[in-house]
Unconditional design. Structure first.
Length: 258
């Protein structure tokens, strides 16, 4: 493909038989770039790659001379992973993988560890811009996350429509459970709720993360317009998440809504 470095081939993965090689690429890349990651978290994530993470994404592998040297994983327009073996960093392989993930899997969003400044700079050079920030990662761990979005993705922008279309909607607040049973229900239904919301065409970012209080979840939502926000609310109200968690307390502030 145009822009692919010479002698680099991009292809789909070969399935579970290739997972050990991909884990080794992940190890090399993370050891070189994630010095902030605690040893126990490194070991936990490594142990889940082949069994839990790889099967859930569409993988693209970069190989040189028949050997895998990097890979991406995408799902529902999100770039969930991009890793290049430390020996092959700086050779354009990451850019080629990202371009292919955008072209083949419609990637428009990526979450980046704030401490990984190199990755943040990389995505900025590739046309992504920060949409929001979360103090904790998706599992409630103390690794701040920058939620980035491809800047030239075609959403309604100022000057392209009515005043309602021009007004971005931001919702922040808390989901407050009263019992352990309610917390268990949220934990069970939340992954699907997040996946479906992030797949909505008007969603800029959507984060629901645990706080230090096990009964409380922090909520941060951004939508491109009032119609997009209303469409989200209508879908959610009829969903399993909306019907089964309707009695759980919400404390929200909405900015930009009319």
């Amino acid at each position: 493909m145009p822009g692919t470095p010479q002698d680099v081939t991009l292809r789909p993965d070969h399935g579970p038989s290739e997972y050990p090689q991909l884990v080794e690429i992940w190890r090399s890349a993370v050891l070189a770039t994630h010095d902030f990651l605690a040893d126990e978290d490194f070991a936990r994530i490594e142990g889940m790659l082949a069994s839990a993470y790889f099967p859930m994404v569409d993988l693209i592998v970069a190989e040189v001379a028949g050997a895998a040297v990097g890979f991406t994983g995408a799902a529902s327009g999100n770039l969930e992973m991009l890793f290049v073996h430390d020996s092959f960093r700086g050779k354009g392989i990451g850019s080629a993988l990202l371009s292919e993930a955008i072209a083949s899997h419609g990637v428009t969003r990526v979450d980046v560890n704030e401490q990984n400044r190199g990755a943040h700079r990389f995505y900025l050079t590739q046309g992504f811009r920060q949409a929001s920030r979360s103090e904790l990662d998706g599992e409630g761990r103390p690794y701040p996350i920058l939620h980035m979005r491809l800047a030239d993705h075609e959403w309604p922008r100022p000057g392209s429509g009515s005043q309602d279309q021009m007004c971005e909607i931001v919702l922040t607040g808390r989901l407050i459970c009263k019992t352990a049973e309610e917390t268990e229900l949220v934990a069970k239904l939340l992954p699907t709720h997040i996946e479906l919301t992030r797949a909505e065409p008007g969603c800029i970012s959507f984060e629901v993360t645990r706080t230090a209080d096990p009964l409380v979840w922090q909520v941060e939502e951004r939508f491109v317009s009032q119609p997009a926000f209303e469409a989200h609310q209508n879908r959610v109200s009829a969903s399993e998440w909306g019907t089964r968690t309707s009695e759980i307390m919400r404390e929200y502030i909405i900015i930009g809504s009319k």
